[in-house]
Design a protein around this ligand. Structure first.
Ligand code: ADP
Ligand code: MG
Length: 306
């Protein structure tokens, strides 16, 4: 009998996609499974966005960590997905499972963390569900809205686009995975001022998430080793490439707009922006231009649940 880890998380999602797409009423679904959020027809000018994330004790956080930060993370990773589509979040549902003997103060603080982040990003939490289980589980469903012209998918990267990333990478394993800032302001700046071809938020790792863009867009890429913005907290380039949960934005833009983007960015954004490479033909695969100008194939990899 085949086990799930022989199929892998992404292989399994591809299977799910086949099962669920068969019963999907396609009429109002612009994009279902396969992007950071689902896109649903709404009004003349706007689409609705839907995303959900589940956080599990021992996988995404520990009970010894700050409960407010855990609550923040539970909502912030969904905000990051809405930002990656070019949209803005509005309503959330929050489902919680708590062990029966969990400290009341811990549960209360966790919810306060959720509430504070919701307030900060103008999100209304309008419902959810509560259960008991021997581990803490937090499941957030988040809705958002995007102007049709500003929607950004993973699948529209074009050959010769330049590849950009916000912030710096590789610090999530040093604690930043709980206290990150979802790049909503930055995403709004991008979609309000530029035609972004493809975008994703980095949750599985730079290489795995760039590969999601490349697969969806049927493209290849060259990354410039010298331009990868490595966090001072990261041990090595491997942390930036393969550890997930940086929650930075990774996007591609036609080369002709790159100058305007790089010159206008610092006036409106505090977080840094790096141009880390270029989209190529699919047949080129994913390569690294090393500091001494050699082209090397990049090994795929990143966070997978199984
Ligand atoms: P992200 O890291 O951006 O949250 P995921 O890697 O979790 O995205 O998911 C990739 C895509 O697969 C998304 O479009 C998501 O909605 C879909 N997906 C993941 N798990 C399931 C599932 N159990 N049922 C249906 N769709 C799923
Ligand atoms: Mg995502």
């Amino acid at each position: 009998m085949k086990k799930l880890n022989q199929i892998g998380e992404f292989g399994f999602i591809a299977e799910i996609e086949k099962i669920f797409n068969r019963i999907c009423h396609k009429k109002n679904v612009i994009h279902g499974i396969g992007d950071d959020a689902a896109v649903i027809r709404h009004s003349k000018k706007e689409y609705l966005l839907y995303t959900t994330d589940m956080l599990i004790e021992g996988v995404h956080f520990l009970r010894t960590q700050d409960p407010e930060a855990i609550g923040h993370k539970a909502l912030a990773c969904s905000i990051s997905d809405i930002a990656a589509m070019g949209g803005e979040p509005d309503f959330a549902l929050v489902s919680l499972a708590f062990p029966k003997n969990l400290n009341y103060r811990f549960a209360n603080k966790l919810c306060q963390g959720l509430g504070k982040t919701a307030k900060k990003y103008k999100i209304s939490i309008i419902g959810g569900d509560t259960n008991s289980f021997d581990k803490i589980i937090i499941c957030v469903f988040l809705r958002g809205m995007v102007n049709k012209k500003k929607l950004v998918l993973r699948s529209k990267a074009k050959k010769n686009d330049l590849i950009f990333v916000t912030g710096d990478l590789g610090a999530s394993c040093r604690g930043r995975h709980l206290k990150f800032t979802p790049r909503l302001k930055e995403s709004q700046f991008l979609v309000n001022n530029f035609k972004i071809n493809a975008m994703i938020d980095i949750s599985d790792g730079l290489i795995a998430d760039l590969n999601h863009i490349l697969k969806a867009s049927k493209a290849g890429a060259v990354l410039k080793e010298a331009s990868i913005p490595l966090s001072y907290l990261a041990d090595s380039r491997e942390d930036a490439f393969y550890t997930g949960e940086d929650f930075e934005l990774l996007f591609t833009l036609p080369k002709k707009y790159a100058g305007k983007l790089l010159s206008s960015w610092p006036f409106k954004n505090k977080v840094k922006l790096s141009c880390i490479g270029e989209i190529t033909a699919q047949s080129q695969g994913l390569k690294l231009k090393t500091k001494n100008n050699r082209l090397k194939k990049i090994k795929l990899g990143g966070y997978r649940h199984f």
